[in-house]
Design a protein around this ligand. Structure first.
Ligand SMILES: Cc1cc2nc3c(=O)[nH]c(=O)nc-3n(C[C@H](O)[C@H](O)[C@H](O)COP(=O)(O)O)c2cc1C
Length: 221
């Protein structure tokens, strides 16, 4: 029995590719093992507030002596972190917005990246080390090397840095680019490539969901 924490952040509720691909992953994960559980958090339809107080970036034992975050804000952060720590696998739909993360997803990240709690520090190790995190990165344009957009995707690298390098999670990225090819005339010639990347991403999501959902996870201590 394994638990998946499934996050979506696309503001498109009807034709979103990230939502379709994360749904395919989650469904394969659910079916891969008896008792598998999927916790779905829709950061767009049920948005989180911005981080209420800078002191919440630090675990309680690392905060300044005069820090006094609101108890309600601290409680929300505790629930989000417990939800993450309780999951065997993390799945995130990441549409590229203005070359960056949707603000709804950034608010979640600001709540859960906490040195001393979810990231190593003088008072703790890395509780999420080695745990799988799957990013479904969807972009309207072309980000190939040699194109004008090369290096301008500032969403995936931030998540790889925070979840992977800082928190120690094992990050896998599934990508589909050029999703605007069917609506932006300048990209029209690349619609076929976008569709084939989409089909490949759906297959990969199903395979990975099944693989991670059928793993036996060690009991938490
Ligand atoms: C607010 C907003 C900003 C966007 N900014 C970019 C951008 O900077 N670069 C890009 O390639 N596509 C951009 N797009 C297009 C989306 O990345 C594209 O529509 C993608 O398919 C969104 O993911 P989804 O299909 O899961 O909704 C933007 C879309 C929106 C709604």
């Amino acid at each position: 029995m394994s638990t998946l924490l499934h996050l979506d952040s696309s503001a498109d509720r009807s034709t979103s590719r990230s939502r379709a691909i994360t749904a395919a992953f989650a469904s394969a994960f659910r079916e891969a093992g008896p008792g598998n559980v999927v916790i779905h958090r829709d950061l767009h339809t049920d948005p989180l507030p911005h981080l209420a107080d800078a002191s919440l970036h630090w675990a309680a034992g690392l905060r300044a002596a005069d820090a006094s975050p609101e108890p309600a804000a601290e409680d929300l952060q505790r629930r989000l972190i417990d939800e993450l720590l309780g999951a065997d696998v993390l799945l995130i739909g990441v549409p590229l917005y203005n070359y960056s993360l949707p603000s709804s997803l950034k608010a979640w990240l600001d709540h859960i990246h906490v040195p001393g709690r979810t990231a190593p520090s003088a008072i703790s190790s890395a509780p999420l080390a080695g745990r799988p995190a799957v990013l479904v990165a969807i972009r309207g344009g072309n980000y190939d090397s040699g194109t004008v957009n090369e290096g301008r995707d500032h969403a995936t690298p931030v998540l790889e840095l925070i979840l992977g390098e800082e928190m120690g999670m094992a990050v896998t990225v599934i990508t589909n680019s050029l999703t605007l090819a069917s609506s932006v005339p300048a990209l029209a010639g690349q619609a076929g490539r976008s569709e084939s990347e989409y089909a490949h991403a759906l297959r990969r999501a199903r395979d990975l969901g099944e693989q991670l959902g059928s793993r036996t996870t060690a009991p938490r201590r």
